[in-house]
Design a protein around this ligand. Sequence first.
Ligand code: F0G
Length: 488
Amino acid sequence: MVENSRSRQIKFHFGDSVPLEMHKVRIVQKLSLPPVEDRFKAISEAGNNTFLLNNRDVFLDMLTDSGVNAMSDRQLAAMMVADDSYAGSETFCRLEKKTREIFNKKLFLPTHQGRACENILARTLVNAGSVVPMNYHFTTTKAHIVENGGTVEEVYIDEALEVDSNHPFKGNMDLEKLKNIIKINGAEKIPFIRIEAGTNLIGGQPVSLANMRGVRKLCDQYGIMIVFDASLLADNLYFIKTREKECQEMSIREITQEISNLTDIIYFSARKLGNARGGGICTNNEQVYLQMRELLPLYEGFLTYGGMSVREMEAIAVGLDETMDEDMINQGPQFIAFMVEELQKKGVPVVTPAGGLGCHIDAMRFLDHLAQTEYPAGSLAAALYLVSGIRGMERGTLSEQRDEAGNETLSNMELLRLAMPRRVFTLSQVKYAIDRIGWLYENRQLIGGLSFTEEPRVLRFFFGKLQTRSDWQLKLIDKFKNDFGDSL
Ligand code: F0G
Protein backbone atom coordinates (compact mmCIF):
# COMPACT_ATOMS: atom_id res chain seq x y z
CA MET A 1 0.00 0.00 0.00
CA VAL A 2 1.38 3.40 -0.99
CA GLU A 3 1.56 5.82 1.90
CA ASN A 4 0.23 8.57 -0.33
CA SER A 5 3.26 10.77 0.16
CA ARG A 6 1.97 12.31 3.37
CA SER A 7 4.90 11.32 5.58
CA ARG A 8 5.79 14.90 6.50
CA GLN A 9 2.25 16.09 7.01
CA ILE A 10 1.83 17.86 10.33
CA LYS A 11 -0.52 15.90 12.63
CA PHE A 12 -3.71 17.55 13.96
CA HIS A 13 -5.10 16.81 17.43
CA PHE A 14 -8.79 17.21 16.49
CA GLY A 15 -10.03 15.27 13.47
CA ASP A 16 -8.13 14.33 10.32
CA SER A 17 -5.03 16.32 9.46
CA VAL A 18 -5.04 18.31 6.23
CA PRO A 19 -2.06 19.49 4.16
CA LEU A 20 -0.43 22.45 5.86
CA GLU A 21 1.21 25.03 3.61
CA MET A 22 4.81 25.87 4.49
CA HIS A 23 4.54 29.33 2.96
CA LYS A 24 2.44 32.44 3.45
CA VAL A 25 0.58 34.37 0.77
CA ARG A 26 1.36 38.08 0.47
CA ILE A 27 0.13 38.91 -3.03
CA VAL A 28 -3.37 37.98 -4.16
CA GLN A 29 -5.22 38.16 -7.45
CA LYS A 30 -9.00 38.59 -7.64
CA LEU A 31 -11.04 35.78 -9.17
CA SER A 32 -14.57 35.79 -10.53
CA LEU A 33 -17.08 33.00 -10.98
CA PRO A 34 -19.38 33.70 -13.94
CA PRO A 35 -22.98 32.41 -13.63
CA VAL A 36 -23.85 29.09 -15.28
CA GLU A 37 -25.56 30.71 -18.31
CA ASP A 38 -22.38 32.69 -19.03
CA ARG A 39 -20.32 29.55 -18.65
CA PHE A 40 -22.55 27.78 -21.18
CA LYS A 41 -22.02 30.64 -23.63
CA ALA A 42 -18.26 30.62 -23.04
CA ILE A 43 -17.78 26.85 -23.48
CA SER A 44 -20.01 26.85 -26.60
CA GLU A 45 -17.96 29.65 -28.14
CA ALA A 46 -14.78 27.75 -27.24
CA GLY A 47 -16.02 24.76 -29.27
CA ASN A 48 -16.16 22.71 -26.05
CA ASN A 49 -12.38 22.87 -25.94
CA THR A 50 -11.10 24.19 -22.60
CA PHE A 51 -7.88 25.38 -24.31
CA LEU A 52 -10.00 27.96 -26.17
CA LEU A 53 -11.66 29.49 -23.08
CA ASN A 54 -10.64 33.00 -22.05
CA ASN A 55 -9.17 33.01 -18.59
CA ARG A 56 -11.56 35.81 -17.55
CA ASP A 57 -14.37 33.24 -17.85
CA VAL A 58 -12.55 30.74 -15.63
CA PHE A 59 -12.82 30.49 -11.82
CA LEU A 60 -10.10 27.92 -11.00
CA ASP A 61 -7.65 27.40 -13.84
CA MET A 62 -6.52 23.80 -13.49
CA LEU A 63 -5.61 23.43 -17.17
CA THR A 64 -1.93 23.06 -16.45
CA ASP A 65 0.87 23.69 -13.98
CA SER A 66 2.97 25.07 -16.84
CA GLY A 67 4.17 28.65 -16.36
CA VAL A 68 1.47 29.39 -13.78
CA ASN A 69 3.03 28.33 -10.49
CA ALA A 70 3.34 30.98 -7.78
CA MET A 71 6.80 32.47 -7.53
CA SER A 72 8.57 33.04 -4.24
CA ASP A 73 9.68 36.39 -2.82
CA ARG A 74 13.28 35.33 -3.52
CA GLN A 75 12.46 34.69 -7.18
CA LEU A 76 10.75 38.06 -7.58
CA ALA A 77 13.65 39.81 -5.87
CA ALA A 78 16.16 38.07 -8.15
CA MET A 79 14.25 39.29 -11.22
CA MET A 80 15.02 42.85 -10.19
CA VAL A 81 18.77 42.35 -10.44
CA ALA A 82 18.78 40.74 -13.89
CA ASP A 83 21.61 41.78 -16.19
CA ASP A 84 20.07 42.57 -19.56
CA SER A 85 22.61 42.05 -22.30
CA TYR A 86 22.36 40.08 -25.53
CA ALA A 87 25.66 38.31 -25.08
CA GLY A 88 27.47 37.16 -21.96
CA SER A 89 25.06 38.49 -19.35
CA GLU A 90 25.78 37.94 -15.66
CA THR A 91 22.31 36.46 -15.39
CA PHE A 92 23.21 33.67 -17.79
CA CYS A 93 26.40 32.96 -15.80
CA ARG A 94 24.35 32.67 -12.62
CA LEU A 95 21.87 30.27 -14.23
CA GLU A 96 24.62 28.20 -15.81
CA LYS A 97 26.40 28.00 -12.45
CA LYS A 98 23.19 26.86 -10.74
CA THR A 99 22.50 24.12 -13.30
CA ARG A 100 26.11 22.92 -12.91
CA GLU A 101 25.75 22.84 -9.15
CA ILE A 102 22.43 20.99 -9.15
CA PHE A 103 22.85 18.62 -12.09
CA ASN A 104 26.60 18.19 -12.03
CA LYS A 105 26.82 18.74 -15.81
CA LYS A 106 29.25 21.31 -17.12
CA LEU A 107 27.55 22.32 -20.39
CA PHE A 108 24.24 24.20 -20.50
CA LEU A 109 22.11 25.40 -23.40
CA PRO A 110 19.23 27.77 -22.64
CA THR A 111 15.95 27.46 -24.59
CA HIS A 112 12.62 29.24 -24.54
CA GLN A 113 10.70 26.21 -23.20
CA GLY A 114 10.65 22.41 -22.91
CA ARG A 115 9.53 21.56 -26.43
CA ALA A 116 12.30 23.77 -27.80
CA CYS A 117 14.77 21.42 -26.09
CA GLU A 118 12.93 18.52 -27.72
CA ASN A 119 13.20 20.16 -31.13
CA ILE A 120 16.95 20.61 -30.75
CA LEU A 121 17.48 17.11 -29.35
CA ALA A 122 15.38 15.45 -32.04
CA ARG A 123 17.02 17.40 -34.88
CA THR A 124 20.45 16.51 -33.54
CA LEU A 125 19.96 12.87 -32.61
CA VAL A 126 16.92 11.43 -34.43
CA ASN A 127 17.05 10.28 -38.07
CA ALA A 128 14.73 8.41 -40.42
CA GLY A 129 14.39 4.93 -38.94
CA SER A 130 15.48 5.89 -35.42
CA VAL A 131 13.68 4.19 -32.56
CA VAL A 132 13.41 5.99 -29.22
CA PRO A 133 12.33 3.83 -26.26
CA MET A 134 10.85 5.70 -23.30
CA ASN A 135 8.79 5.07 -20.17
CA TYR A 136 5.92 7.00 -21.76
CA HIS A 137 5.64 9.63 -24.45
CA PHE A 138 4.68 13.25 -23.94
CA THR A 139 2.68 14.90 -26.75
CA THR A 140 5.34 17.38 -27.86
CA THR A 141 8.20 14.89 -27.44
CA LYS A 142 6.55 12.34 -29.69
CA ALA A 143 5.65 14.99 -32.28
CA HIS A 144 9.31 16.10 -32.56
CA ILE A 145 10.65 12.55 -32.81
CA VAL A 146 8.08 11.66 -35.49
CA GLU A 147 8.74 14.93 -37.41
CA ASN A 148 12.38 13.85 -37.68
CA GLY A 149 11.53 10.39 -39.04
CA GLY A 150 11.80 8.42 -35.81
CA THR A 151 9.34 6.29 -33.88
CA VAL A 152 8.60 6.04 -30.18
CA GLU A 153 8.54 2.72 -28.29
CA GLU A 154 6.90 2.84 -24.91
CA VAL A 155 8.30 0.39 -22.38
CA TYR A 156 6.18 1.00 -19.33
CA ILE A 157 5.47 -1.59 -16.65
CA ASP A 158 2.08 -3.35 -16.70
CA GLU A 159 0.85 -1.32 -13.71
CA ALA A 160 1.44 1.97 -15.59
CA LEU A 161 -1.93 1.76 -17.30
CA GLU A 162 -3.83 0.37 -14.33
CA VAL A 163 -5.82 3.41 -13.31
CA ASP A 164 -6.48 2.04 -9.84
CA SER A 165 -3.21 0.73 -8.52
CA ASN A 166 -1.00 0.88 -5.46
CA HIS A 167 2.31 0.66 -7.31
CA PRO A 168 4.44 3.52 -5.95
CA PHE A 169 6.41 4.01 -9.19
CA LYS A 170 4.13 3.55 -12.17
CA GLY A 171 6.56 5.61 -14.26
CA ASN A 172 9.20 2.84 -14.11
CA MET A 173 10.49 1.21 -17.28
CA ASP A 174 10.09 -2.52 -17.87
CA LEU A 175 13.74 -3.55 -18.15
CA GLU A 176 12.99 -6.89 -19.83
CA LYS A 177 10.91 -5.21 -22.53
CA LEU A 178 13.62 -2.60 -22.96
CA LYS A 179 16.25 -5.27 -23.46
CA ASN A 180 14.06 -6.93 -26.08
CA ILE A 181 13.51 -3.69 -27.95
CA ILE A 182 17.24 -3.06 -28.05
CA LYS A 183 17.84 -6.61 -29.33
CA ILE A 184 15.09 -6.44 -31.97
CA ASN A 185 16.07 -3.00 -33.34
CA GLY A 186 19.80 -3.07 -32.70
CA ALA A 187 21.53 -0.46 -30.53
CA GLU A 188 22.66 1.50 -33.61
CA LYS A 189 19.01 2.39 -34.39
CA ILE A 190 18.51 3.78 -30.88
CA PRO A 191 19.97 7.28 -30.52
CA PHE A 192 18.91 7.48 -26.88
CA ILE A 193 16.52 6.15 -24.29
CA ARG A 194 14.27 8.79 -22.80
CA ILE A 195 13.17 8.70 -19.20
CA GLU A 196 10.48 11.18 -18.18
CA ALA A 197 10.31 12.23 -14.55
CA GLY A 198 6.79 12.38 -13.10
CA THR A 199 5.35 10.69 -16.20
CA ASN A 200 2.82 13.25 -17.35
CA LEU A 201 0.30 11.38 -19.50
CA ILE A 202 -0.27 8.48 -17.11
CA GLY A 203 -1.11 10.81 -14.25
CA GLY A 204 2.12 12.41 -13.03
CA GLN A 205 3.50 9.04 -11.88
CA PRO A 206 7.12 8.87 -10.69
CA VAL A 207 10.08 6.71 -11.70
CA SER A 208 12.26 5.22 -8.97
CA LEU A 209 15.98 5.72 -8.54
CA ALA A 210 16.44 1.93 -8.49
CA ASN A 211 14.73 1.65 -11.89
CA MET A 212 16.93 4.38 -13.33
CA ARG A 213 19.99 2.51 -12.12
CA GLY A 214 18.69 -0.55 -13.98
CA VAL A 215 18.20 1.41 -17.21
CA ARG A 216 21.72 2.82 -16.89
CA LYS A 217 23.20 -0.64 -16.52
CA LEU A 218 21.48 -1.80 -19.68
CA CYS A 219 22.47 1.32 -21.59
CA ASP A 220 26.11 0.84 -20.56
CA GLN A 221 25.97 -2.70 -21.86
CA TYR A 222 24.80 -1.51 -25.28
CA GLY A 223 26.47 1.92 -25.41
CA ILE A 224 23.21 3.91 -25.56
CA MET A 225 22.69 7.41 -24.13
CA ILE A 226 20.02 8.31 -21.58
CA VAL A 227 18.09 11.54 -22.07
CA PHE A 228 16.18 12.57 -18.97
CA ASP A 229 13.15 14.87 -19.18
CA ALA A 230 13.31 16.64 -15.81
CA SER A 231 10.28 18.91 -16.36
CA LEU A 232 8.35 17.17 -13.57
CA LEU A 233 11.41 16.36 -11.47
CA ALA A 234 10.28 18.26 -8.34
CA ASP A 235 7.32 15.94 -7.67
CA ASN A 236 9.38 12.90 -8.64
CA LEU A 237 12.06 13.84 -6.12
CA TYR A 238 9.44 14.15 -3.42
CA PHE A 239 8.07 10.70 -4.24
CA ILE A 240 11.53 9.11 -4.28
CA LYS A 241 12.21 10.63 -0.88
CA THR A 242 8.88 9.53 0.62
CA ARG A 243 8.23 6.23 -1.16
CA GLU A 244 11.62 4.67 -1.91
CA LYS A 245 12.88 3.14 1.33
CA GLU A 246 16.61 3.25 0.48
CA CYS A 247 16.38 6.97 -0.27
CA GLN A 248 14.71 8.17 2.91
CA GLU A 249 17.99 9.16 4.52
CA MET A 250 19.21 10.97 1.38
CA SER A 251 18.68 14.71 0.93
CA ILE A 252 16.75 15.97 -2.12
CA ARG A 253 20.02 17.38 -3.40
CA GLU A 254 21.78 14.02 -3.10
CA ILE A 255 18.94 12.24 -4.90
CA THR A 256 19.10 14.83 -7.70
CA GLN A 257 22.86 14.38 -8.06
CA GLU A 258 22.54 10.63 -8.27
CA ILE A 259 19.77 10.87 -10.89
CA SER A 260 21.87 13.31 -12.92
CA ASN A 261 24.92 11.08 -12.77
CA LEU A 262 22.87 8.26 -14.28
CA THR A 263 21.97 10.33 -17.34
CA ASP A 264 23.85 11.72 -20.36
CA ILE A 265 21.54 14.61 -21.16
CA ILE A 266 18.99 16.37 -18.96
CA TYR A 267 16.42 18.77 -20.36
CA PHE A 268 13.59 20.59 -18.70
CA SER A 269 10.70 22.92 -19.14
CA ALA A 270 11.30 25.69 -16.62
CA ARG A 271 7.62 26.48 -16.92
CA LYS A 272 7.38 23.50 -14.55
CA LEU A 273 10.77 22.83 -12.99
CA GLY A 274 11.87 26.03 -11.28
CA ASN A 275 8.43 27.70 -11.27
CA ALA A 276 9.23 30.27 -13.97
CA ARG A 277 9.17 30.25 -17.78
CA GLY A 278 11.90 28.90 -20.05
CA GLY A 279 13.93 25.74 -20.50
CA GLY A 280 17.37 24.25 -20.86
CA ILE A 281 19.57 21.30 -21.77
CA CYS A 282 22.47 20.09 -19.59
CA THR A 283 25.17 17.60 -20.56
CA ASN A 284 28.82 16.61 -20.22
CA ASN A 285 28.91 15.30 -23.79
CA GLU A 286 30.90 17.90 -25.68
CA GLN A 287 30.32 16.42 -29.11
CA VAL A 288 26.53 16.41 -28.83
CA TYR A 289 26.63 19.82 -27.14
CA LEU A 290 28.48 21.34 -30.09
CA GLN A 291 26.00 19.87 -32.57
CA MET A 292 23.06 21.17 -30.56
CA ARG A 293 24.66 24.56 -30.09
CA GLU A 294 24.60 25.15 -33.85
CA LEU A 295 20.80 25.06 -33.77
CA LEU A 296 20.42 27.48 -30.89
CA PRO A 297 20.79 30.78 -32.80
CA LEU A 298 18.50 29.39 -35.49
CA TYR A 299 15.56 28.45 -33.30
CA GLU A 300 16.04 30.07 -29.90
CA GLY A 301 18.34 33.07 -29.68
CA PHE A 302 21.93 33.72 -28.71
CA LEU A 303 23.76 31.21 -26.54
CA THR A 304 23.37 33.30 -23.40
CA TYR A 305 19.60 33.75 -23.39
CA GLY A 306 18.05 31.12 -25.69
CA GLY A 307 14.79 33.01 -26.17
CA MET A 308 14.22 33.71 -22.47
CA SER A 309 14.02 37.07 -20.78
CA VAL A 310 16.87 37.62 -18.33
CA ARG A 311 14.29 38.12 -15.58
CA GLU A 312 12.93 34.65 -16.11
CA MET A 313 16.46 33.24 -16.13
CA GLU A 314 17.11 34.78 -12.71
CA ALA A 315 13.83 33.33 -11.46
CA ILE A 316 14.75 29.88 -12.79
CA ALA A 317 18.12 29.93 -11.01
CA VAL A 318 16.41 30.65 -7.68
CA GLY A 319 13.53 28.28 -8.48
CA LEU A 320 15.96 25.41 -9.13
CA ASP A 321 17.58 26.11 -5.80
CA GLU A 322 14.20 26.08 -4.05
CA THR A 323 13.37 22.76 -5.69
CA MET A 324 16.07 21.26 -3.47
CA ASP A 325 13.99 22.17 -0.38
CA GLU A 326 11.52 19.48 0.63
CA ASP A 327 9.24 22.00 2.34
CA MET A 328 8.93 23.86 -0.96
CA ILE A 329 8.17 20.87 -3.17
CA ASN A 330 5.78 19.01 -0.88
CA GLN A 331 2.82 21.37 -1.34
CA GLY A 332 1.77 20.11 -4.78
CA PRO A 333 1.87 16.36 -4.03
CA GLN A 334 0.17 16.83 -0.64
CA PHE A 335 -2.72 18.91 -2.06
CA ILE A 336 -3.13 16.39 -4.88
CA ALA A 337 -3.16 13.47 -2.42
CA PHE A 338 -5.86 15.27 -0.40
CA MET A 339 -8.00 15.80 -3.49
CA VAL A 340 -7.57 12.20 -4.66
CA GLU A 341 -8.50 10.79 -1.24
CA GLU A 342 -11.59 12.99 -0.86
CA LEU A 343 -12.81 12.10 -4.36
CA GLN A 344 -12.27 8.41 -3.65
CA LYS A 345 -14.48 8.76 -0.57
CA LYS A 346 -17.23 9.98 -2.93
CA GLY A 347 -16.70 7.00 -5.22
CA VAL A 348 -15.28 9.14 -8.05
CA PRO A 349 -12.85 7.08 -10.20
CA VAL A 350 -9.41 8.69 -10.03
CA VAL A 351 -5.87 7.65 -10.89
CA THR A 352 -4.16 6.07 -7.87
CA PRO A 353 -1.80 6.29 -6.22
CA ALA A 354 -2.01 10.10 -6.21
CA GLY A 355 0.76 11.41 -8.45
CA GLY A 356 2.34 14.80 -9.02
CA LEU A 357 1.17 17.48 -11.47
CA GLY A 358 -2.54 17.19 -10.62
CA CYS A 359 -5.52 15.03 -9.85
CA HIS A 360 -6.53 12.78 -12.73
CA ILE A 361 -10.13 11.63 -13.10
CA ASP A 362 -10.77 8.40 -15.00
CA ALA A 363 -13.29 9.47 -17.63
CA MET A 364 -13.45 5.94 -19.05
CA ARG A 365 -15.18 4.78 -15.84
CA PHE A 366 -16.83 8.12 -14.95
CA LEU A 367 -18.62 8.11 -18.32
CA ASP A 368 -18.73 4.39 -19.06
CA HIS A 369 -21.83 4.96 -21.22
CA LEU A 370 -19.73 6.85 -23.82
CA ALA A 371 -17.52 5.31 -26.53
CA GLN A 372 -13.92 6.54 -26.78
CA THR A 373 -14.74 8.02 -30.18
CA GLU A 374 -17.21 10.32 -28.40
CA TYR A 375 -14.26 11.73 -26.41
CA PRO A 376 -15.37 11.02 -22.82
CA ALA A 377 -12.47 12.95 -21.24
CA GLY A 378 -13.21 15.97 -23.46
CA SER A 379 -16.92 15.78 -22.59
CA LEU A 380 -16.10 15.60 -18.89
CA ALA A 381 -13.82 18.63 -19.18
CA ALA A 382 -16.62 20.65 -20.83
CA ALA A 383 -19.19 19.41 -18.28
CA LEU A 384 -17.01 20.28 -15.29
CA TYR A 385 -16.41 23.79 -16.59
CA LEU A 386 -20.14 24.21 -17.08
CA VAL A 387 -21.04 23.26 -13.50
CA SER A 388 -18.11 24.87 -11.69
CA GLY A 389 -16.09 27.33 -13.76
CA ILE A 390 -13.11 24.98 -13.28
CA ARG A 391 -10.93 24.48 -16.32
CA GLY A 392 -9.26 21.06 -16.66
CA MET A 393 -7.49 19.41 -19.59
CA GLU A 394 -8.51 16.43 -21.69
CA ARG A 395 -5.82 13.74 -21.77
CA GLY A 396 -7.29 10.94 -23.83
CA THR A 397 -8.26 10.10 -27.41
CA LEU A 398 -8.78 13.75 -28.30
CA SER A 399 -5.10 14.36 -27.47
CA GLU A 400 -4.06 11.61 -29.91
CA GLN A 401 -3.55 12.00 -33.63
CA ARG A 402 -5.40 10.06 -36.34
CA ASP A 403 -3.34 7.47 -38.23
CA GLU A 404 -2.45 7.96 -41.88
CA ALA A 405 -5.68 6.29 -43.02
CA GLY A 406 -7.65 8.78 -40.92
CA ASN A 407 -8.68 6.32 -38.20
CA GLU A 408 -8.84 7.37 -34.58
CA THR A 409 -5.93 6.32 -32.36
CA LEU A 410 -7.73 5.26 -29.20
CA SER A 411 -5.84 6.39 -26.14
CA ASN A 412 -4.76 3.90 -23.46
CA MET A 413 -6.46 6.06 -20.87
CA GLU A 414 -9.21 8.67 -20.90
CA LEU A 415 -8.23 11.18 -18.25
CA LEU A 416 -9.49 14.57 -17.17
CA ARG A 417 -6.46 16.24 -15.68
CA LEU A 418 -6.99 18.84 -12.99
CA ALA A 419 -3.55 20.35 -12.60
CA MET A 420 -2.50 21.82 -9.28
CA PRO A 421 -0.38 24.89 -9.98
CA ARG A 422 2.01 25.05 -7.02
CA ARG A 423 1.09 27.37 -4.14
CA VAL A 424 -1.72 29.00 -6.17
CA PHE A 425 -4.96 27.58 -4.76
CA THR A 426 -6.15 27.40 -1.17
CA LEU A 427 -7.57 24.28 0.43
CA SER A 428 -11.11 25.73 0.37
CA GLN A 429 -10.84 26.15 -3.38
CA VAL A 430 -9.75 22.53 -3.65
CA LYS A 431 -12.76 21.57 -1.49
CA TYR A 432 -15.05 23.47 -3.89
CA ALA A 433 -13.58 21.47 -6.79
CA ILE A 434 -14.17 18.21 -4.88
CA ASP A 435 -17.78 19.21 -4.18
CA ARG A 436 -18.63 20.03 -7.80
CA ILE A 437 -16.89 16.92 -9.17
CA GLY A 438 -18.82 14.81 -6.64
CA TRP A 439 -22.09 16.40 -7.80
CA LEU A 440 -21.19 15.78 -11.42
CA TYR A 441 -20.48 12.14 -10.64
CA GLU A 442 -23.95 11.74 -9.14
CA ASN A 443 -25.38 13.22 -12.35
CA ARG A 444 -22.99 11.56 -14.80
CA GLN A 445 -25.76 9.90 -16.84
CA LEU A 446 -26.74 13.35 -18.11
CA ILE A 447 -23.34 13.86 -19.79
CA GLY A 448 -23.19 13.03 -23.52
CA GLY A 449 -20.42 12.95 -26.12
CA LEU A 450 -18.70 15.38 -28.48
CA SER A 451 -17.78 15.38 -32.17
CA PHE A 452 -15.34 17.56 -34.12
CA THR A 453 -16.51 20.51 -36.19
CA GLU A 454 -12.93 21.73 -36.84
CA GLU A 455 -10.12 19.18 -36.58
CA PRO A 456 -6.46 20.16 -37.07
CA ARG A 457 -4.07 17.45 -38.29
CA VAL A 458 -1.29 17.90 -35.69
CA LEU A 459 -1.82 18.34 -31.94
CA ARG A 460 -5.54 18.76 -32.61
CA PHE A 461 -6.42 19.19 -28.93
CA PHE A 462 -4.94 22.68 -28.87
CA PHE A 463 -7.13 24.37 -31.50
CA GLY A 464 -9.82 21.83 -32.43
CA LYS A 465 -13.51 22.76 -32.03
CA LEU A 466 -16.26 20.32 -31.10
CA GLN A 467 -20.03 20.19 -30.76
CA THR A 468 -22.23 18.21 -28.39
CA ARG A 469 -23.85 15.14 -29.95
CA SER A 470 -27.19 16.03 -28.29
CA ASP A 471 -28.60 18.80 -26.08
CA TRP A 472 -27.09 17.16 -22.97
CA GLN A 473 -25.56 20.40 -21.71
CA LEU A 474 -28.99 22.08 -21.48
CA LYS A 475 -30.28 19.16 -19.40
CA LEU A 476 -27.22 19.37 -17.17
CA ILE A 477 -27.82 23.09 -16.61
CA ASP A 478 -31.47 22.40 -15.67
CA LYS A 479 -30.40 19.86 -13.08
CA PHE A 480 -27.70 22.19 -11.78
CA LYS A 481 -30.19 25.03 -11.29
CA ASN A 482 -32.63 22.67 -9.66
CA ASP A 483 -30.03 21.48 -7.13
CA PHE A 484 -28.08 24.69 -6.52
CA GLY A 485 -30.85 27.32 -6.89
CA ASP A 486 -29.41 30.82 -6.84
CA SER A 487 -25.86 29.65 -6.15
CA LEU A 488 -23.45 30.20 -9.00
N1 F0G B 1 8.00 17.35 -21.08
C1 F0G B 1 7.03 17.20 -20.16
C2 F0G B 1 7.06 16.03 -19.23
C3 F0G B 1 6.00 18.15 -20.06
O1 F0G B 1 5.05 17.99 -19.15
C4 F0G B 1 6.00 19.26 -20.95
C5 F0G B 1 4.93 20.23 -20.92
C6 F0G B 1 7.04 19.37 -21.89
C7 F0G B 1 8.01 18.39 -21.92
C8 F0G B 1 7.09 20.51 -22.86
O2 F0G B 1 7.45 21.66 -22.17
O3 F0G B 1 5.45 23.17 -22.41
O4 F0G B 1 7.70 24.07 -21.78
O5 F0G B 1 7.28 23.26 -24.06
N2 F0G B 1 3.83 20.06 -20.36
C9 F0G B 1 2.76 21.05 -20.30
C10 F0G B 1 1.56 20.46 -19.58
C11 F0G B 1 2.39 21.63 -21.60
O6 F0G B 1 0.55 21.18 -19.50
O7 F0G B 1 1.59 19.34 -19.08
P1 F0G B 1 6.94 23.12 -22.64
